[in-house]
Write a protein that binds this ligand. Structure first.
Ligand SMILES: [Zn+2]
Length: 69
C-alpha cells in the first residue's frame, strides 16, 4: 500500500471527512442532486416531466427538434 501524495495530506487532522463543514451552508459547494430538478410541461406534446435542464421539451420532442425535421 503506497501513501498518497504528501502534498494532498491534511497536516492538521486527517479525520475531517468534510472539508466544507466549517463553512456556512450557503458557501458550501452544492451537490448536484434533485434540487435542480423542476417540473416541466413539454411544449411539444404536453408531457409533464422532471428535468434539470433548461429545455421545455421532453426527450422525444427534443430529439425531433434536434433532427430539424
Ligand atoms: Zn414532448
Amino acid at each position: 500500500m503506497t501513501e498518497p501524495n504528501e502534498e494532498q495530506k491534511q497536516p492538521q487532522c486527517a479525520c475531517i471527512k468534510d472539508p466544507f463543514a466549517v463553512l456556512p451552508p450557503e458557501m458550501r459547494p452544492r451537490p448536484q442532486k434533485k434540487s435542480n430538478l423542476r417540473q416541466v410541461t413539454c411544449l411539444g406534446c404536453g408531457l409533464v416531466f422532471w428535468t434539470n435542464r433548461e429545455t421545455n421539451y421532453c426527450m422525444d420532442c427534443e430529439k425531433k427538434l434536434g433532427q430539424g425535421s
